[in-house]
Design a protein around this ligand. Structure first.
Ligand code: MRU
Length: 347
């Protein structure tokens, strides 16, 4: 099962808003529809929106009526900006658009049909690579989970958040596939509930032992000694190791430090943004306050009550034990180990 793929000239994706109640697919025929599906979180999770944006660029090339490569490039740059604006924090989106534009700008194409074909192949490659990279992260990271351990996990970082397999949840899956017995505490992850709706749905299918906990219970379980390791994903990692992830990650990191619990982020190198020196420069998406007051259309307070809804926070690198990438586990000093990991060296 892939969360996003190309089928019959359209982008097919799991509609993550309908889970865990219904497994429904959206079929998108325009780049505008792909951008909207990223904004409204039909598809979400940094690597999944990266792959969706790549397929969106392939769609854009088909949609463009340009008859010269130069004219198509103008259209593709415009569509790339549309996709980039869909969600600002996860760098995988801009990274994927950039990859596709680099193919288009390579000067290798003398007609629009060959460019269209090449862009689809490049998007397919990004999707295929994502699955392979996740399996490599799983192989590196599974050593972090001991037999009998309890793992705390935040948000959803599984097959749904990627093309398939997952990042932090991929590590959990790899440890399970290696035959280890362990338990997972899933933060429900207010306000969009990616933990209870999506991660629990995935662990149900994998047969991994879990309990959903309220976000507010994380400190309770750390305090009573139940949590052995914390695994989360990342939406953007700065050059010094500061990283943006789902809102609530920062407070988990502080709690982990206070209790001496190892705290790891699991992220492919496409999530590492070496152009940003520190996490202070990462743009944080502010979403509609109605997601807080009226989650999934269910009002929990009167509609006029005020709310705020930052979708991500930034965790300073000093709280991180390591970052699991496809090239190994980067550890402090992150400035050096992340640079080497992005360069393809094993760390
Ligand atoms: O708002 P979301 O659901 O797209 O946020 C997702 C996360 O924060 C994940 O932890 C992150 O994208 C890594 S997923 C492999």
């Amino acid at each position: 099962m892939r969360s996003v793929e190309w089928e019959d000239g359209a982008v097919k994706m799991i509609d993550q808003r309908a889970l865990p109640w219904k497994l429904e697919y959206a079929r998108l025929h325009t780049v505008e529809a792909v951008a909207e599906s990223i904004s409204n979180m039909t598809v979400r999770g940094a690597p999944a929106i990266g792959a969706s944006a790549a397929y969106g660029m392939a769609l854009a090339a088909r949609q463009s009526e340009a008859i010269t490569v130069a004219a198509m490039l103008v259209d593709l740059r415009r569509y790339g900006e549309l996709l980039n604006a869909a969600r600002p924090t996860a760098v995988n989106l801009a990274w994927a658009v950039k990859q596709l534009l680099q193919v288009a700008e390579s000067g290798e194409f003398n007609n629009v049909d060959s460019l269209r074909e090449a862009l689809l192949l490049a998007a397919q490659q990004i999707a295929d690579d994502d699955v392979a990279i996740n399996r490599r992260m799983g192989a590196w990271g599974s050593a972090l989970i001991d037999q009998g351990a309890t793992v705390l996990h935040h948000c959803n970082t599984g097959a749904l958040a990627t093309v398939d397999y997952g990042t932090a949840l991929g590590v959990i899956r790899a440890a399970h596939e290696a035959g280890k017995d362990f338990h997972v505490l899933l933060d429900e992850t207010r306000p969009r509930l990616q933990g209870s709706r999506l991660s629990a749905w995935e662990l149900e299918q994998l047969g991994v032992s879990y309990d959903i906990i309220p976000d507010t219970a994380a400190g309770y379980y750390m305090g009573n000694g139940e949590v052995n390791v914390i695994l989360v994903g990342a939406d953007r990692v700065a050059a010094n190791g500061d990283f943006a992830n789902k809102i609530g990650t920062y407070q988990l990191a502080i709690l982990a430090a206070a209790h001496g619990i190892p705290f790891y982020s699991v992220a492919p190198t496409s999530t590492i943004d070496l152009s940003l020196a520190t996490g202070a420069d990462i743009p944080i998406e502010l979403r509609d306050p109605a997601e807080v007051t009226t989650p999934y259309g269910n009002p929990i307070v009167p509609a006029h009550f005020k709310a705020r809804n930052p979708a991500f926070d930034v965790t300073p690198h000093r709280y991180l034990s390591g970052i699991v990438t496809e090239n190994g586990i980067a550890r402090p000093p992150f400035g050096e180990t992340l640079r080497r990991s992005v360069a393809g060296e094993q760390v």
